[in-house]
Design a protein around this ligand. Sequence first.
Ligand SMILES: [Zn+2]
Length: 203
Amino acid sequence: MERLKEDHGSISLGDRDPSDPSRRAVELVQRGRMILDVAIVDLEESEAALGTYHPTSWFFRNALTETQKAWDRLVTDMGDPAVEQAIRHAPIAVLTIDIDSRRSVLLILIDGKTYRAEPVVGTALAPVQWRITRLRPPLEHGPYYVSALRDGSAQCDCGEWIFRSAGPRPGSTPPPPCKHLAALRSLGWLEEGRQRLWHENSW
Ligand SMILES: [Zn+2]
């Protein structure tokens, strides 16, 4: 695969048309990686709850085998460096899994790991909040909460963010975003909250 072009001054992949070949390649890899993670977790949970030889576990084992084959083919076609670059790229793919007719789960890839992202009812000081939970391996100190604050700043409660917040910064420079904050911001999910706030204030 052609190396992804994201030179300074060019349009970032996330802002390109969905038909853009480079964007589609990254989206395909990210989607494939998340589907593989879901298949692994499905089997683990089925085996833990029902046992190794239960028909449901058998079903999920076959599903995982097929998903793994598809992933391996993708890696062979694109090559390890392009795949690695795509899964580390800011999230492009958003995987929506319907639980039932009214509820669905949003999955995104952050730094190569699949996370569930859930919008949380905000507060006056933090009108936009997301709870993010890593699928595998599970977070030791999670889930994390990423918030866009009323004053326009944003924060996370992961170790990376806390470490960065504590570091020396000239003046009132905000700390560099952690990977979770950067991911949600790149999707525009923090800005959408600001739009909601703006609408609320306009009433
Ligand atoms: Zn974080």
